[in-house]
Design a protein around this ligand. Sequence first.
Ligand code: SF4
Ligand code: SF4
Ligand code: SF4
Length: 299
Amino acid sequence: MKLDRRGFFKIVGIGASAAVAGAPKTSHAWQSKAPPDPYGCLVDLTRCVGCRKCELACNEVNHLPEPAVRFDDLRVFDKARRPDEKAYTIVNRYHTGKRDDIDRMTPTFVKVQCMHCQDPACVSACIVGALTKKENGAVHYDVNKCIGCRYCMVACPFEIPAYEYLDPWTPKVQKCTFCYERISKAGGKPGCAATCPTEAITFGKRSTLLKMAHRRISENPAKYIDHVYGETEVGGTSWMYVSDVAFETVGFPAVPDKPMPKLSETVQHTFYTYLWSPAVLYAVLAGIMWRQSKKEKEA
Ligand code: SF4
Ligand code: SF4
Ligand code: SF4
Protein backbone atom coordinates (compact mmCIF):
# COMPACT_ATOMS: atom_id res chain seq x y z
CA MET A 1 0.00 0.00 0.00
CA LYS A 2 1.37 3.39 -0.93
CA LEU A 3 1.10 6.18 1.68
CA ASP A 4 -0.52 9.08 -0.14
CA ARG A 5 -1.60 12.47 1.20
CA ARG A 6 -4.97 11.21 2.31
CA GLY A 7 -3.39 8.21 4.02
CA PHE A 8 -0.88 10.40 5.84
CA PHE A 9 -3.52 12.74 7.21
CA LYS A 10 -5.67 9.74 8.13
CA ILE A 11 -2.85 8.24 10.20
CA VAL A 12 -2.11 11.59 11.81
CA GLY A 13 -5.81 12.19 12.34
CA ILE A 14 -6.29 8.82 14.07
CA GLY A 15 -3.35 9.62 16.34
CA ALA A 16 -4.78 13.03 17.11
CA SER A 17 -8.20 11.58 17.91
CA ALA A 18 -6.61 9.07 20.26
CA ALA A 19 -4.63 11.79 21.99
CA VAL A 20 -7.69 13.96 22.35
CA ALA A 21 -9.85 11.30 23.98
CA GLY A 22 -10.40 12.02 27.64
CA ALA A 23 -8.10 15.04 27.75
CA PRO A 24 -8.95 18.63 28.72
CA LYS A 25 -10.20 21.06 26.09
CA THR A 26 -8.05 23.97 24.88
CA SER A 27 -8.54 26.18 21.84
CA HIS A 28 -5.90 26.98 19.19
CA ALA A 29 -7.44 29.28 16.60
CA TRP A 30 -5.44 28.88 13.43
CA GLN A 31 -3.91 32.09 12.10
CA SER A 32 -2.58 32.77 8.62
CA LYS A 33 1.14 33.56 8.42
CA ALA A 34 0.93 34.80 4.82
CA PRO A 35 3.24 37.75 4.06
CA PRO A 36 1.21 40.92 3.34
CA ASP A 37 2.73 41.96 0.01
CA PRO A 38 4.85 39.18 -1.50
CA TYR A 39 6.20 38.89 -5.01
CA GLY A 40 4.51 36.52 -7.42
CA CYS A 41 4.39 35.43 -11.03
CA LEU A 42 1.39 35.58 -13.34
CA VAL A 43 1.46 32.96 -16.10
CA ASP A 44 -0.79 33.68 -19.07
CA LEU A 45 -1.50 30.34 -20.74
CA THR A 46 -2.76 32.12 -23.87
CA ARG A 47 0.78 33.47 -24.46
CA CYS A 48 2.78 30.31 -23.79
CA VAL A 49 4.12 28.68 -26.95
CA GLY A 50 5.81 25.70 -25.31
CA CYS A 51 9.36 26.76 -26.21
CA ARG A 52 10.77 25.39 -22.92
CA LYS A 53 13.15 28.35 -22.61
CA CYS A 54 11.92 28.72 -19.02
CA GLU A 55 13.04 25.13 -18.36
CA LEU A 56 16.46 25.87 -19.83
CA ALA A 57 16.85 29.08 -17.81
CA CYS A 58 15.81 27.29 -14.62
CA ASN A 59 18.31 24.52 -15.36
CA GLU A 60 21.11 27.07 -15.81
CA VAL A 61 20.43 29.37 -12.86
CA ASN A 62 20.04 26.44 -10.50
CA HIS A 63 22.96 24.43 -11.92
CA LEU A 64 20.78 21.39 -12.52
CA PRO A 65 21.93 18.28 -14.44
CA GLU A 66 21.41 17.82 -18.17
CA PRO A 67 17.70 17.22 -18.92
CA ALA A 68 16.43 13.73 -19.70
CA VAL A 69 15.08 15.05 -23.03
CA ARG A 70 16.94 17.87 -24.81
CA PHE A 71 15.26 21.28 -24.49
CA ASP A 72 14.67 21.45 -28.26
CA ASP A 73 13.18 17.95 -28.52
CA LEU A 74 9.39 18.31 -28.85
CA ARG A 75 8.82 14.58 -28.20
CA VAL A 76 9.01 15.58 -24.56
CA PHE A 77 5.36 16.68 -24.85
CA ASP A 78 4.16 13.15 -25.71
CA LYS A 79 3.85 12.41 -22.01
CA ALA A 80 2.78 14.68 -19.13
CA ARG A 81 5.63 15.25 -16.67
CA ARG A 82 6.01 16.50 -13.11
CA PRO A 83 8.82 18.67 -11.76
CA ASP A 84 11.51 16.59 -10.06
CA GLU A 85 14.94 16.88 -8.45
CA LYS A 86 16.55 17.47 -11.87
CA ALA A 87 13.93 19.86 -13.26
CA TYR A 88 12.32 22.38 -10.90
CA THR A 89 9.94 23.47 -13.65
CA ILE A 90 8.50 21.67 -16.64
CA VAL A 91 6.09 22.53 -19.45
CA ASN A 92 3.30 20.14 -20.45
CA ARG A 93 1.12 20.18 -23.58
CA TYR A 94 -2.63 19.57 -23.58
CA HIS A 95 -5.14 19.19 -26.40
CA THR A 96 -8.53 20.44 -25.27
CA GLY A 97 -10.27 20.68 -28.65
CA LYS A 98 -9.42 24.40 -28.90
CA ARG A 99 -9.17 25.70 -32.51
CA ASP A 100 -7.58 28.84 -33.93
CA ASP A 101 -9.03 31.38 -36.42
CA ILE A 102 -8.42 29.04 -39.35
CA ASP A 103 -9.84 25.99 -37.56
CA ARG A 104 -6.54 24.32 -36.65
CA MET A 105 -6.31 22.38 -33.39
CA THR A 106 -4.33 24.51 -30.94
CA PRO A 107 -2.56 23.02 -27.94
CA THR A 108 -2.35 24.65 -24.53
CA PHE A 109 1.05 24.65 -22.82
CA VAL A 110 1.27 24.75 -19.04
CA LYS A 111 4.37 25.63 -17.05
CA VAL A 112 4.43 23.77 -13.72
CA GLN A 113 6.56 24.54 -10.63
CA CYS A 114 6.11 25.07 -6.90
CA MET A 115 3.21 27.49 -6.43
CA HIS A 116 4.85 29.20 -3.43
CA CYS A 117 1.60 29.06 -1.49
CA GLN A 118 0.78 31.93 0.84
CA ASP A 119 0.17 29.50 3.72
CA PRO A 120 2.12 26.48 2.50
CA ALA A 121 1.18 22.97 3.61
CA CYS A 122 4.82 21.90 3.19
CA VAL A 123 6.00 24.54 5.67
CA SER A 124 3.36 23.51 8.15
CA ALA A 125 4.22 19.83 7.79
CA CYS A 126 7.95 20.38 8.30
CA ILE A 127 8.49 19.94 12.04
CA VAL A 128 12.14 21.05 11.99
CA GLY A 129 11.60 24.35 10.15
CA ALA A 130 13.57 23.40 7.03
CA LEU A 131 10.92 25.10 4.88
CA THR A 132 9.87 28.70 5.51
CA LYS A 133 7.66 31.20 3.74
CA LYS A 134 9.69 34.37 3.22
CA GLU A 135 8.39 37.93 3.16
CA ASN A 136 9.24 38.17 -0.55
CA GLY A 137 6.94 35.23 -1.31
CA ALA A 138 9.47 32.42 -1.78
CA VAL A 139 8.98 29.15 0.07
CA HIS A 140 12.61 28.62 1.01
CA TYR A 141 14.33 25.33 1.79
CA ASP A 142 17.26 24.98 4.22
CA VAL A 143 19.12 21.76 3.49
CA ASN A 144 21.03 22.04 6.80
CA LYS A 145 17.83 21.65 8.81
CA CYS A 146 16.20 18.94 6.68
CA ILE A 147 16.07 15.48 8.27
CA GLY A 148 14.69 13.77 5.17
CA CYS A 149 11.32 12.78 6.66
CA ARG A 150 9.50 13.72 3.43
CA TYR A 151 6.33 14.97 5.21
CA CYS A 152 6.48 18.03 2.93
CA MET A 153 6.11 15.73 -0.08
CA VAL A 154 3.04 14.11 1.42
CA ALA A 155 1.50 17.41 2.49
CA CYS A 156 1.87 19.38 -0.76
CA PRO A 157 -1.50 19.54 -2.58
CA PHE A 158 0.31 20.11 -5.89
CA GLU A 159 2.70 17.13 -5.59
CA ILE A 160 5.75 19.34 -6.02
CA PRO A 161 8.62 18.53 -3.67
CA ALA A 162 10.94 15.84 -5.01
CA TYR A 163 13.52 13.86 -3.07
CA GLU A 164 17.11 13.43 -4.11
CA TYR A 165 18.14 9.89 -3.17
CA LEU A 166 21.78 10.16 -4.30
CA ASP A 167 23.24 10.09 -0.80
CA PRO A 168 21.25 8.54 2.08
CA TRP A 169 23.27 10.55 4.66
CA THR A 170 22.52 13.95 3.16
CA PRO A 171 18.84 13.94 2.26
CA LYS A 172 17.70 16.76 0.05
CA VAL A 173 14.24 17.90 -0.96
CA GLN A 174 14.21 19.68 -4.30
CA LYS A 175 11.73 22.14 -5.76
CA CYS A 176 11.50 25.54 -7.43
CA THR A 177 13.29 28.10 -5.24
CA PHE A 178 11.45 31.09 -6.77
CA CYS A 179 15.05 32.11 -7.45
CA TYR A 180 15.18 33.38 -3.88
CA GLU A 181 18.64 34.97 -4.15
CA ARG A 182 17.84 36.64 -7.47
CA ILE A 183 14.53 38.16 -6.34
CA SER A 184 16.10 39.32 -3.06
CA LYS A 185 18.23 41.77 -5.07
CA ALA A 186 16.71 45.02 -6.37
CA GLY A 187 15.36 44.52 -9.88
CA GLY A 188 16.07 40.78 -9.79
CA LYS A 189 13.69 38.39 -11.52
CA PRO A 190 13.36 34.61 -11.48
CA GLY A 191 15.39 33.02 -14.29
CA CYS A 192 12.29 31.70 -16.06
CA ALA A 193 10.44 35.03 -15.96
CA ALA A 194 13.51 36.93 -17.17
CA THR A 195 13.84 34.59 -20.14
CA CYS A 196 10.31 33.92 -21.41
CA PRO A 197 10.28 35.35 -24.97
CA THR A 198 6.51 35.81 -25.17
CA GLU A 199 6.02 37.49 -21.77
CA ALA A 200 3.83 34.59 -20.73
CA ILE A 201 5.37 34.96 -17.25
CA THR A 202 5.10 38.33 -15.48
CA PHE A 203 6.99 38.86 -12.23
CA GLY A 204 5.89 41.50 -9.73
CA LYS A 205 4.02 42.16 -6.53
CA ARG A 206 1.21 39.65 -6.08
CA SER A 207 -1.31 42.44 -5.51
CA THR A 208 -0.29 44.14 -8.79
CA LEU A 209 -0.41 40.84 -10.68
CA LEU A 210 -3.91 40.15 -9.42
CA LYS A 211 -5.08 43.51 -10.73
CA MET A 212 -3.34 42.79 -14.06
CA ALA A 213 -4.98 39.36 -14.27
CA HIS A 214 -8.49 40.72 -13.64
CA ARG A 215 -7.89 43.58 -16.07
CA ARG A 216 -6.90 41.14 -18.83
CA ILE A 217 -10.03 39.10 -18.17
CA SER A 218 -12.39 42.07 -18.05
CA GLU A 219 -10.89 43.66 -21.17
CA ASN A 220 -11.19 40.43 -23.14
CA PRO A 221 -14.00 38.33 -21.66
CA ALA A 222 -14.47 36.40 -24.90
CA LYS A 223 -10.89 35.19 -24.71
CA TYR A 224 -10.25 34.45 -21.03
CA ILE A 225 -12.21 32.32 -18.62
CA ASP A 226 -13.21 34.29 -15.53
CA HIS A 227 -10.87 32.58 -13.09
CA VAL A 228 -7.42 33.47 -11.77
CA TYR A 229 -5.99 30.16 -10.59
CA GLY A 230 -4.02 30.77 -7.40
CA GLU A 231 -5.99 33.81 -6.27
CA THR A 232 -7.93 31.83 -3.71
CA GLU A 233 -6.78 28.20 -4.16
CA VAL A 234 -5.33 26.84 -0.88
CA GLY A 235 -5.70 30.37 0.53
CA GLY A 236 -3.77 31.95 -2.36
CA THR A 237 -0.44 31.26 -4.06
CA SER A 238 2.43 33.42 -5.31
CA TRP A 239 2.29 31.77 -8.74
CA MET A 240 -1.01 32.47 -10.49
CA TYR A 241 -2.46 31.69 -13.91
CA VAL A 242 -4.97 33.09 -16.42
CA SER A 243 -6.27 30.92 -19.23
CA ASP A 244 -8.62 30.59 -22.18
CA VAL A 245 -9.51 27.00 -21.26
CA ALA A 246 -10.88 25.55 -18.02
CA PHE A 247 -8.03 24.84 -15.62
CA GLU A 248 -9.25 21.32 -14.84
CA THR A 249 -8.81 20.38 -18.52
CA VAL A 250 -5.10 21.26 -18.46
CA GLY A 251 -3.86 19.48 -15.37
CA PHE A 252 -4.65 21.92 -12.55
CA PRO A 253 -5.90 20.13 -9.45
CA ALA A 254 -9.21 21.18 -7.90
CA VAL A 255 -8.03 22.18 -4.44
CA PRO A 256 -9.99 23.84 -1.62
CA ASP A 257 -9.82 27.59 -1.03
CA LYS A 258 -8.92 27.00 2.61
CA PRO A 259 -5.21 26.97 3.45
CA MET A 260 -4.10 23.36 3.98
CA PRO A 261 -2.12 24.10 7.19
CA LYS A 262 -5.42 24.68 8.98
CA LEU A 263 -5.74 20.90 9.23
CA SER A 264 -2.12 19.92 9.83
CA GLU A 265 -1.37 22.60 12.43
CA THR A 266 -4.53 21.80 14.34
CA VAL A 267 -3.38 18.17 14.46
CA GLN A 268 0.14 19.13 15.60
CA HIS A 269 -1.23 21.41 18.34
CA THR A 270 -3.46 18.60 19.50
CA PHE A 271 -0.48 16.29 19.90
CA TYR A 272 1.56 18.93 21.74
CA THR A 273 -1.33 19.88 23.99
CA TYR A 274 -1.54 16.32 25.23
CA LEU A 275 2.16 16.19 26.05
CA TRP A 276 3.38 14.52 22.88
CA SER A 277 6.62 16.42 22.53
CA PRO A 278 7.75 17.24 18.99
CA ALA A 279 10.52 14.64 19.40
CA VAL A 280 8.08 11.88 20.35
CA LEU A 281 5.69 12.90 17.60
CA TYR A 282 8.51 12.89 15.09
CA ALA A 283 9.72 9.46 16.22
CA VAL A 284 6.23 7.98 15.81
CA LEU A 285 5.67 9.51 12.39
CA ALA A 286 9.22 8.71 11.23
CA GLY A 287 8.60 5.08 12.18
CA ILE A 288 5.41 5.06 10.12
CA MET A 289 7.18 6.61 7.12
CA TRP A 290 10.19 4.25 7.45
CA ARG A 291 7.99 1.17 7.55
CA GLN A 292 6.04 2.50 4.61
CA SER A 293 9.06 3.19 2.41
CA LYS A 294 10.50 -0.25 3.33
CA LYS A 295 7.26 -1.87 2.17
CA GLU A 296 7.34 0.20 -1.05
CA LYS A 297 10.93 -0.89 -1.77
CA GLU A 298 10.05 -4.55 -1.12
CA ALA A 299 6.91 -4.41 -3.31
S1 SF4 B 1 9.54 30.32 -21.84
FE1 SF4 B 1 7.51 31.27 -21.77
S2 SF4 B 1 6.56 30.73 -23.74
FE2 SF4 B 1 8.32 29.37 -23.49
S3 SF4 B 1 7.44 27.53 -22.52
FE3 SF4 B 1 8.18 28.83 -20.86
S4 SF4 B 1 6.38 30.03 -20.24
FE4 SF4 B 1 5.94 29.16 -22.26
S1 SF4 C 1 3.15 24.10 -4.00
FE1 SF4 C 1 3.66 22.52 -2.50
S2 SF4 C 1 5.87 22.70 -2.20
FE2 SF4 C 1 5.18 24.61 -3.15
S3 SF4 C 1 4.73 26.00 -1.43
FE3 SF4 C 1 2.79 24.99 -1.96
S4 SF4 C 1 2.73 23.23 -0.55
FE4 SF4 C 1 4.88 23.93 -0.59
S1 SF4 D 1 11.52 30.77 -10.28
FE1 SF4 D 1 13.64 30.08 -10.59
S2 SF4 D 1 13.66 28.03 -9.67
FE2 SF4 D 1 11.50 28.56 -10.02
S3 SF4 D 1 10.95 27.77 -12.02
FE3 SF4 D 1 11.63 29.87 -12.33
S4 SF4 D 1 13.81 29.71 -12.77
FE4 SF4 D 1 13.20 27.78 -11.84
